[in-house]
Design a protein around this ligand. Structure first.
Ligand code: NAP
Length: 268
């Protein structure tokens, strides 16, 4: 891998103030990139700036709620005016929803789609126009392992990420001729505030999962996947093998998941 891959590249990251987005921001700044950090809260953006003060020359902050089309439009206008070019968009902002299908609140699932799907879609549309003008660029969508191996109680959240993943898979083919690359990441469980911030029912302490990574490890593996131009990025070998196993033996995979969640399903 080229040592200076990220040097002087401009990376736009949504949801950059917490968890995975914050770690990716730190690592990319360390690697010499310029980062445009986007989140809804001015306070958390200022917190990020203070924490990363030594990189202040390369860190740009934009307050925007990606679920609002106008905020995304304004964010790109600012980026164009102030930075002129950009190389990567990482659609990372997202929110969880934990609830069995029949009890999902309609407002909750709409909110989740507004952020996870429409937010990424608005950002992607602006990035495509921008990247076309400048002759290329890369869009990375942070989806979820659940898209590849769905598990109980996450239907609404997984549906929003599956919609994003499918949109991106089609965009990849359409945009190749414009030198625009589309990559999707499918992270497994990561120790962030994601569960605390999720809508629906609280996550239990004894949540069933394959593994749980630190945000630093997950961020490094995603960044490595981007450097290697992987169209599907996984954050652990175990996750990748389980996805492969699910493709080959879908019924056995379902049986394993049912067994793992059996006690919890009975409790409902
Ligand atoms: N943690 C996991 O186990 C896991 C697993 C698979 C995939 N993922 C995905 O990874 C991504 C990052 O999640 P995380 O675990 O780092 O969660 P997190 O710690 O809750 O961080 C979410 C980030 O998104 C921002 N955000 C939320 N809604 C936004 C909006 N409407 N507009 C702009 N920014 C918004 C938040 O900042 P503000 O609230 O200040 O706006 C925050 O910076 C998400 O897409 C998530 O679905 C997470």
């Amino acid at each position: 891998m080229k040592k200076d891959f990220w040097k002087n590249k401009t990376v736009i990251i949504t949801g950059a103030t917490s968890g995975l987005g914050k770690e990716m921001t730190k690592i990319l700044l360390e690697k010499g990139a310029k980062v445009v950090a986007i989140s809804r809260s001015e306070e958390s953006l200022k917190g990020l700036q203070n924490e990363l003060i030594k990189f202040s020359k390369n860190l740009f902050l934009i307050k925007a709620d990606v679920s609002f089309k106008k905020d995304c439009e304004d964010a790109f206008k600012t980026i164009k005016d102030e930075l002129k070019t950009a190389d990567f968009l990482i659609n990372n902002a997202g929110v969880g929803l934990r609830c069995e299908v029949e009890e999902i609140d309609e407002l909750d699932i709409k909110k989740v789609f507004d952020i996870n799907f429409f937010g990424a879609f608005y950002m992607m549309k602006h990035a495509i126009a921008f990247f076309k003008e400048q002759g290329g660029g890369t869009i990375v969508n942070i989806c979820s392992l659940g898209v590849k191996r769905p598990v109980p109680f996450t239907s609404g959240y997984t549906a929003s990420k599956a919609a994003l993943s499918s949109l991106a898979d089609v965009a990849r083919i359409e945009l190749k001729k414009y030198n625009i690359t589309i990559l999707n990441a499918y992270p497994g469980s990561i120790s962030t505030s994601f569960r605390k911030n999720a809508l629906g029912k609280p996550y239990p302490e004894d949540e069933v999962r394959l593994s749980r990574l630190s945000p630093d490890v997950a961020a490094r593996r995603i960044i490595r996947g981007i450097e290697k131009n992987r169209k599907e990025i996984y954050t652990s070998k175990k996750d990748y093998l389980f996805v492969l196993f699910t493709r080959l033996f879908p019924h056995v995979s379902d049986f394993i998941v049912e067994k793992a969640f059996e006690k919890k399903l009975k409790r409902l």
